[in-house]
Design a binder for this molecule. Sequence first.
Ligand SMILES: NC(=O)c1ccc[n+]([C@@H]2O[C@H](COP(=O)([O-])OP(=O)(O)OC[C@H]3O[C@@H](n4cnc5c(N)ncnc54)[C@H](OP(=O)(O)O)[C@@H]3O)[C@@H](O)[C@H]2O)c1
Length: 326
Amino acid sequence: MRAVGCMELGAPSVLRPLEIDRPACGERQVLIRTEGVSVNYADLQTRRGAYHAGGTQFPVIPGLDVTGTVEEVGVQVRTLRPGQRVIAFPHTGSYADFVAADEDLTFPVPESVSLEQAIACPLVTFTSRMLLEKVARLSPGETLVIHAASGGIGTTVIQMARLMGAGTIIGTVGSRGKTQAALDAGADRVVCLEDGGFSEQVLAQTGGRGADVILDSLGGTYTNEGLSCLVPYGRLVVFGNASRSYSELNTSALHASCRSVLGFSIGSTRKLRPAWFQDVAPAVLEDLALGRIRIPVAARFPLEEAARAHALLEERRITGKVILTV
Ligand SMILES: NC(=O)c1ccc[n+]([C@@H]2O[C@H](COP(=O)([O-])OP(=O)(O)OC[C@H]3O[C@@H](n4cnc5c(N)ncnc54)[C@H](OP(=O)(O)O)[C@@H]3O)[C@@H](O)[C@H]2O)c1
């Protein structure tokens, strides 16, 4: 079958069409004929080799989620049938004509959800719900700061936090041109990182109080800076390192203030705590079915042009989500 991946790590141009074996469908798995995949920042990191701590196995096929039609079901599968349109989180890269996914990581797409929204939604909606509900445990009325607020996760977190009763939602963006997209998603205020000192801006926007929850996908110095505007009992969740570095924390910043620094990875959760997917699925699918969450799609490319999609995301020129269609 056809896939798109790379035989060496590097720039977006290393991505190219490849012929690989069609995956076998395990007893508790479904084989899915791919209709589309969402392009996530993690796919760029996979292509660069940032996640291959145990050594790189080529070909590297990126892709963390898939939308498609069930082609085949394993003998032990009870809840899914051939022909259903589903979203899923396969264990292997989804930039391919077919992927196999576990039954408990595969969810029927509600009929009211368009194909485009289905393709754009899986990773951003499940990640956002887990971040807010399971990890940060956002309570109604709490002030939230979300970085990269105009991006895929950013615009989804803002909409979802609003539905969960968040108080003030402050987004940060890398450049002024991205402000409107974060406001359109529902942010109350947007802080531009180009102006420097985001924590001072967050304190200024909250009357000197700060944030209850900070969702930090940037890492590096941004994490330590976040602690300067996190209230007592506040939660800072590190779930990415787009700045390509991590911070060193002094735990004295946590002890007396009763604040927490937490970590999250949906890839680890898929392997180690797959039940979380089942836990958040009802709320995620209902929000999508009722149109309460809308993923802004910035661009769509055919799967063969994945390199163009990666370049677009890498250049930080777009807001919203990029999708690939088959
Ligand atoms: N842990 C998990 O399970 C998980 C799951 C999904 C996503 N994530 C993380 O969440 C973040 C957003 O993911 P996404 O797929 O929705 O991508 P995205 O937000 O659509 O795009 C990534 C954004 O990160 C910001 N960025 C990129 N390079 C940066 C740099 N050097 N310094 C500061 N900011 C930079 C840019 O926003 P600005 O131009 O506005 O700065 C860029 O638009 C990523 O960091 C990703 O790794 C983590």
